[in-house]
Design a protein around this ligand. Structure first.
Ligand code: HEM
Length: 454
């Protein structure tokens, strides 16, 4: 029997030839100890560890070359793992959950809407909506930063994706809350050993079906409105409505609904978390914050930042890069083998899952000395170019790399500089800051702060 991070693992297999294969059975999976478990497993058992969760055999690959083999070299022999598939009830067959030639065709249709020049056109909405949030703030006011950034990125997503303004009648909150409820229910379902099909009317299934029906109605409304305009506008959905496949066909309503729901969800929570964690880190590193403020003073001199300013803000970009290293919003990826494969000298049988964790790789002392230290300066001098491809991968990689990565980086930089020039945050001394790893790396509790004018 081995013990890892305080957990007992029942060894079923002997250590592999390089002492890196473990056989074990984890009875309980979830909570912050999941992060320690991943890290300890990789540190103790090396680049490729293996364990069981319920009936599933899982590998944890933690060497950049192995991750490259899964996400790039052998990508066509893997599909998304069971965790991603569990969200099909809400996301349907959108980009995150679809596979094969259908995914490839959809990616081709969606990708052009995320070209750098297109994304830059969204920067105006990002800056305007940040400004509107700042107007509603006042020195001395107490806010929950996680909540504020979620509301802001949700407004930015609705505006840039659907050309929808938050008219204050609660529609945005309702949509966002319903989506959250659907996700909580699907996450709970994923963790159940016995899963009833969605048509079985258990109380949870009934709630989930109701939530999904409401989301469907809302998104169908966005699509109908977009179609009624008759031509493509600046928002992403209308670009998708009128985008043509090579054979001249367009997406139908169901396909549009799945992509719209996926993009809304994939876009706003991840960026909100990145902003929240960045501010948490800054609140503990006043030297970094002072250096940021000085960069903003020199480059922006109080003006609202635009997309053109971003390349002139190297320290701001380094802070975001370093924040996504230490607290990556997406901290775990999984793929399932569709055929028997070789990986790192081991056989990955058809149906086995390979997990890869940014939480683990981004803490590898070989590439990041003093990995637990928040030190944006490490990125100065071209570290990103020197690293192996999958030593740092907050946006994944290979053909399924995040389609919105430029969007996210522009949004994070504009919001960080826009907010930080005007306000500083003092985190409530009573606040409990704890990580709750769900599908993304969430804070376990709200993070209350008091606003002070800079
Ligand atoms: C800091 C913010 C973000 C982070 C950390 C992030 C992270 C990721 C990661 C790691 C993946 C790959 C998942 C996998 O391989 O299994 C991914 C995929 C994806 N992301 Fe993001 N993302 C962010 C923001 C966004 C934004 C702003 C959008 C859209 C506007 C977006 C849309 C998507 C989509 C559609 C996919 C699926 C792509 C595909 O499989 O073809 N993400 N994201």
């Amino acid at each position: 029997m081995d013990t890892i991070a305080g957990k007992t693992l029942y060894s079923g297999l002997p250590p592999g030839p390089r002492g890196m294969l473990i056989g074990g059975h984890i009875r309980h999976f979830g909570g912050a100890e999941l992060l320690n478990f991943l890290l300890e497993t990789a540190r103790t058992y090396g680049p490729l560890a293996s364990f069981r969760v319920g009936p599933k055999r899982i590998f944890l690959a933690s060497k950049p070359e192995l991750i490259e083999q899964v996400l790039v070299t052998d990508a066509k022999h893997y599909v998304k793992h069971f965790g991603a598939r569990a969200f099909r009830p809400a996301l349907g067959n959108g980009l995150v959950t679809s596979e094969g030639s259908y995914w490839q065709g959809q990616r081709k249709l969606v990708q052009p809407a995320f070209q750098k020049t297109r994304v830059r056109s969204y920067a105006v909405a990002m800056a305007d909506l940040t400004e509107a949030m700042l107007q509603s703030w006042a020195p001395g006011k107490s806010v929950r930063i996680n909540f504020e950034f979620e509301a802001l990125t949700s407004r930015i997503a609705l505006k840039t994706l659907f050309d929808l303004d938050d008219d204050g009648d609660g529609d945005r909150e309702r949509f966002s809350d319903t989506l959250k409820l659907a996700f909580d229910l699907m996450t709970a379902r994923l963790r159940r050993v016995v899963k009833f099909p969605l048509w079985v009317p258990t109380p949870e299934n009934v709630r989930l079906r109701r939530a999904i029906a409401e989301l469907d109605r809302t998104v169908q409304g966005f699509i109908a409105e977009g179609r009624s305009r008759g031509k493509s506008g600046d928002d992403l959905l209308s670009r998708l409505i009128f985008a043509k496949r090579e054979d001249g066909s367009e997406m139908n309503d169901r396909e549009l609904r799945d992509e719209a729901m996926t993009l809304y969800l994939a876009s706003h929570e991840t960026t909100a978390l990145t902003l929240t964690w960045t501010w948490v880190l800054l609140s503990r590193h006043s030297r970094v914050e002072a250096k940021l403020v000085s960069e903003w003073r020199d480059v922006l001199a109080g003006k609202i930042p635009s997309a053109d300013d971003i390349p002139r803000l190297p320290y701001t970009n380094a802070v975001i890069t370093e924040s996504m290293r230490l607290l990556p919003a997406v901290y775990l990826l999984g793929r399932e083998a569709t055929t028997d494969l070789e990986l790192g000298g081991y056989r990955v049988k058809r149906g086995y899952t390979v997990m890869m964790s940014q939480w683990v790789n981004h803490r590898d002392p070989e590439y990041f000395p003093d990995p637990e230290e928040f030190r944006p300066e490490r990125w100065e001098g071209g570290l990103a170019r020197r690293l192996p491809k999958f030593a740092y991968y907050p946006f994944g990689g290979g053909r399924r790399v995040c389609v919105g990565n430029s969007f996210a980086l522009i949004e994070a930089a504009l919001v960080l500089a826009g907010v930080g020039q005007r306000y500083r945050f003092t985190v409530d001394p009573e606040a409990v800051i704890e990580i709750k790893p769900q599908i993304t790396l969430m804070p376990a509790y709200d993070i209350p702060v008091t606003l002070e004018r800079r």
